[in-house]
Design a protein around this ligand. Structure first.
Ligand code: ATP
Length: 246
């Protein structure tokens, strides 16, 4: 095994993953994610973005290859240790909002904090702060089924940010939002992660979303294709990049 570079929070080498029905999803993907950066994983539908995030976060175990988190091998961990890693150090935003229907909004947002051992009062205070930032503070006592889809997604984003994870995996996080809402939610998300030093791996096929990232890795048919960086655009919050297949 080759040790990963010191400044990479996440480092993957030669990842191969095949779905149980035999569909190939990753065919030798290697990448590094530096501390505090927002890395966009782009590519057309079916290119392997979600599968890559699932492998990097320990949700799926690759058939071959290595994944290291802060110089600790994830690919050799058993399911219980990977589960603990995901709960304590990672957060995840899905393209569709999934909340616990029995809990109200602030309880949903506070849940990961309480699972990490925070007291109910402290977790509630932090959750309410994040709900306010995401403009759903006034929904705190309602139940998810009474919210609009876009509001539920904002709650999911607050829930992911509240525990200040080391790495946030965001799979098309603004997919259920109207175009007008997307810019605001993405700016809130990027401002929050930058101010808290949270590393983000963001799957998207939207060029405007990818432009908020520091760096872009493009996938095609489960393989990385080369990435060309553009010079920084002053008015953009991140640095744009475009990708060329070679
Ligand atoms: N549960 C599954 N079972 C079988 N094949 C799957 C499954 N999930 C994804 N695949 C296949 O694996 C490949 C990669 O899919 P993946 O969802 O990772 O791509 P993606 O780039 O995230 O696509 P999208 O943007 O549509 O989410 C595709 O060929 C897809 O059809």
């Amino acid at each position: 095994m080759v040790a990963p570079p010191d400044n990479d929070v996440l480092w993957a080498r030669a990842l191969h993953y095949q779905h149980p029905d035999g569909s190939p999803a990753l065919c030798g993907v290697s990448l590094g994610v530096r501390e505090g950066e927002i890395l966009a994983v782009t590519g057309p539908r079916g290119s392997g973005k979600s599968t890559l995030l699932s492998c990097l976060s320990g949700l799926l175990r690759p058939r071959d290859g290595e994944i290291w988190f802060n110089s600790v091998p994830v690919h050799t961990m058993g399911p219980v240790v990977r589960e603990r890693l995901r709960r304590e150090r990672f957060a995840w935003i899905d393209p569709a909002p999934v909340l616990v229907p029995e809990l109200n909004v602030w309880e949903n947002a506070a849940l990961p904090l309480m699972l990490r051992g925070a007291g109910r009062r402290q977790a509630k205070t932090v959750a309410l702060e994040w709900l306010e930032r995401l403009d759903v503070g006034d929904c705190a006592r309602r139940h998810p089924q009474t919210l609009r889809q876009a509001e539920r997604q904002r709650v999911c984003i607050a829930r992911a940010l509240a525990p200040a994870p080391t790495v946030l995996f965001a799979d098309e996080p603004t997919a259920p939002l109207h175009h007008a809402d997307r810019g605001h939610v993405l700016r809130t998300l990027t401002t929050a992660v930058r101010s808290h030093g949270i590393t983000v791996v963001l799957a998207t096929h939207d060029a405007a979303t990818a432009a908020l990232a520091d760096r872009t890795v493009a996938l095609l048919d489960g393989r990385c294709v080369s990435t060309v960086h553009l010079p920084p655009v002053p008015e953009a919050e991140g640095r744009a990049a475009c990708s060329l297949s070679v």
